[in-house]
Design a protein around this ligand. Structure first.
Ligand code: AN7
Length: 347
């Protein structure tokens, strides 16, 4: 099992002596989605980042951030999180033997993510506030205490996350025409853009992709400017004041891309369609990338026949509550063959 630091060692800030902390992240499937692609009139691929060890793309950044923390002699890491960063930080810190604290918005983090952070033994602190308040506090705390910040302000996070672009270019032989990606704090879109620029420089891509930055309307910080009270069912991207907003906007303009703001209903429809049509179950924030594609096809932003990659950032099992809330109720019956047959077959 090769992690992404081994796979892309030459393009990452590590030396032969760096003590690599890995859970075998990266090398995720770039899955053709022929059924949904045909419905939308595009050549569609899904970058299935839920296949990472803790079930999200955060592991790409965390392997490097925790590796460098260990190399630099740190004994503790901390992050603010809408959930996935906390699950990833907790797991990599456990693997490295570091202490870990995570600060999350109370009641607004998906169940699976909370379970993961707790399972790995992190100190979980729930605050009466949102992600933005949590991040402000954690940044200040790191000035007072010898603790390493592993939010995406940590530059190693982006270095690790850029490798997803390398994988896409390698498999397609070029960048796609469009890359649809959910945006919260703006770290991942910044990292992807860096990766595509490096792939262009090394000749692995011939031209850059256009980026489609997908946000929920209630947290559409790119189109609406910083927001004090972000709100969306996609809790992972419920962020009002992204720290990498300027870089995300810069990537958008240089890629000749666009930002879209999606209603929660559009996100939930995409969340249902992906597993039903293609068998790929992702969390609501991740489905925003597909919802963005649907909208961009409807309004003509993305032309027919385009080669499109939707980045599915996190696994559907992260947020079982939303999945069950959106699903049809299971049929219930007695345990006899006749009753079960009726329940299985009746219309
Ligand atoms: C599934 O875990 O911010 O634009 O604290 O979990 O780089 O923030 C998560 C973000 C997209 C947005 N999809 O990425 C956190 C956190 C999923 C996510 C994003 C997140 P960024």
């Amino acid at each position: 099992m090769t992690g992404l630091i081994e796979r892309y060692r030459a393009r990452l800030p590590v030396s032969a002596d760096t003590p690599v902390v890995t859970l075998g992240e990266g090398s995720t499937p770039l899955l053709p989605a022929p059924r949904l692609g045909a419905e939308l009139g595009v050549e569609l691929y899904l970058k299935v980042e839920g296949a990472n060890p803790t079930g999200s793309f955060k592991d790409r950044g965390m392997t490097l951030a925790v590796t460098k923390a260990v190399e630099e002699g740190s004994t503790a890491v901390i992050c603010a999180s809408t959930g996935n960063t906390s699950a990833s930080a907790a797991a990599y810190a456990a693997r490295a033997g570091l202490r870990c604290a995570v600060v999350v918005p109370e009641g607004r983090i998906a169940l699976g993510k909370l379970a993961q952070a707790q399972a790995s033994g992190a100190r979980v602190v729930q605050i009466a506030g949102g992600f933005d308040e949590a991040l402000t506090a954690v940044r200040a705390l790191c000035e007072r205490q010898p603790i390493t910040l592993v939010n995406n302000l940590n530059p190693y996070r982006l270095e690790g996350q850029k490798t997803a672009s390398f994988e896409i270019c390698e498999e397609l032989g070029d960048a796609p025409d469009w890359l649809c990606i959910p945006v919260g704090n703006g770290g991942n879109i910044t990292a992807y853009w860096k990766g595509f620029e490096e792939a262009l420089a090394s000749g692995e891509a011939r031209r850059p992709p256009a980026l489609l930055a997908c946000q929920a309307r209630g947290a559409a910080s790119l189109l609406r400017g910083p927001l004090d009270r972000p709100e969306t069912v996609a809790t992972a991207i419920r962020i009002g004041r992204p720290v990498r907003r300027e870089e995300a906007l810069d990537a958008l303009s240089r890629s000749e891309g666009r930002a879209v703001a999606l209603e929660d209903r559009q996100i939930l429809d995409a969340f249902r369609r992906l597993p039903a049509a293609e068998g790929v179950f992702c969390e609501p924030a991740s489905a925003a990338s597909f919802a963005g594609l649907v909208q961009a096809r409807a309004d003509g932003t993305i032309p027919e026949g385009a080669r499109v990659v939707c980045v599915l950032t996190g696994h559907g099992l992260k947020d079982p509550d939303t999945a069950i809330g959106e699903a049809e109720r299971p049929r219930r019956c007695g345990a006899t063959l006749a009753e079960i047959e009726q329940a299985v077959l009746a219309g």
